[in-house]
Design a protein around this ligand. Structure first.
Ligand SMILES: Nc1nc2c(ncn2[C@@H]2O[C@H](COP(=O)(O)OP(=O)(O)OP(=O)(O)O)[C@@H](O)[C@H]2O)c(=O)[nH]1
Length: 346
């Protein structure tokens, strides 16, 4: 099978994977060496961290991609798909903006849910700006109020409101939405430093948002070398792209049950320099045998499709031909088991 196969064996998740994953997902990365030598940083240069938050599906990942200008965070039309903190880095003449992508805050039902919420709050307290996204095609609801109330408790962080998906709403509706957001701010004791309407799909006001965010950062030298778009390890990016491909078109209850771990990734030896090949061995974990069948599909057709799509996406991102070896495994009830959560990177 060209570059992709699947496990027929139905082997359960076992104790093979004993290495500890980093549990401290909420911590921000240590600053890398500045790109400017001392004294060369332009006057007034600003740098810092921001994150987009909001209910599931409001367009946070798409907005991160748009502001960074390259696809680095997964997007999906299914809610609650963003799990890993992946950072996009915006380089501008006047400053550098590091975008931290967090999972959505939600009422926790499982241990995974609680961990995700803790991760979200840790991130809010550590960044310079939190940008709350409110999609223009939906009214403010209880979920928004819950989130903004929680955010209001994180006092020191600057808050801005972003109206997303303005291409889906009339100017009248957007105006009404802006008033509702102002009222929500007043009701929760939140002072919006800015309220910015944008459309990631139409590219409207994306540049303005980038420059407003940079303007809200503290003065300081760049935190990352010029040209870096993200500091997420390539393994995490590859795993996210595989997860995104696997989620495309599956039943609504599946998204919560899929995790992807890249076990091994490296350039194949003995290849001519002008014809590199990147080998990626990844496991896709589901919670039950029945889900395994769904992911694999009839005679493996669905998994092959997932492999093809994911491989093309990874090749586009990393610029290297990829051999993707993808296996599906069952990790029984992994969302409720602390040990398995750790193994899967949560
Ligand atoms: N029309 C339109 N659709 C958008 C825009 N931004 C995002 N979308 C769509 O909205 C859906 C959700 O976008 P995401 O970026 O995955 O949303 P998210 O908030 O990161 O979602 P979670 O990861 O579930 O929290 C996708 O189908 C996007 O294509 C926009 O500006 N206009």
């Amino acid at each position: 099978m060209s570059g992709r196969d699947f496990d027929h064996e139905g082997d359960d998740f076992d104790d093979e994977l004993d290495e500890d994953f980093d549990e401290d997902l909420g911590a921000l990365p240590p600053p890398a060496a500045p790109v400017f030598a001392t004294g060369e940083v332009p006057d007034g240069y600003r740098s810092g961290f921001a994150c987009f938050v909001g209910r599931p599906n409001v367009g946070k990942s798409t907005l991160t991609n748009a502001v960074v200008g390259q696809k680095i965070v997964i997007t999906s039309d299914k809610p609650q798909t963003t799990r890993t903190v992946v950072r996009g880095i915006v380089h501008r003449e006047d400053g550098q903006l590091v975008l931290v992508d967090t999972p959505g805050l939600h009422r926790p039902r499982t241990l995974l849910g609680e961990r995700l919420n803790d991760l979200v709050k840790t991130t809010w307290a550590e960044v310079d700006v939190v940008a709350v996204c409110f999609p223009a095609d939906e009214k403010i609801g209880p979920g928004d109020t819950f989130l903004v109330n929680e955010l209001a408790k994180v006092r020191r962080t600057t808050k801005i409101a972003v109206v997303t998906k303005t291409d889906l709403a009339t100017p009248e509706r957007i105006a009404e939405h802006l008033l509702d957001i102002t009222a929500l701010g007043a009701a929760t004791g939140t002072e919006w430093a800015e309220i910015v309407p944008v459309s990631s799909v139409a590219g409207d006001q994306i540049d303005l948002l980038g420059s407003l965010l940079v303007g809200l950062m503290p003065e300081g030298p760049p935190l990352y070398p010029d040209g870096d778009l993200t500091d997420a390890p390539e393994e995490i990016l590859a795993a996210e792209l595989i997860r995104e491909a696997a989620l495309d078109g599956v039943r609504d209850e599946l998204p919560h049950s899929i995790a992807v771990v890249v076990e091994e990734m490296g350039l194949r030896e003995d290849r001519p320099e002008d014809k590199p090949l990147l080998d990626i061995h990844a496991n896709l974990y589901v919670e039950r045998d029945s889900q395994k069948g769904i992911v694999i599909g009839k005679k493996g057709a669905r998994l092959r499709q997932v492999g093809t799509v994911a491989r093309q996406q990874i090749e586009a991102l990393l610029g290297t031909p990829v051999y993707l070896d993808l296996h599906v495994k069952v990790a029984k009830d992994w969302q409720r088991d602390p040990r398995q959560l750790r193994k899967l990177g949560f």
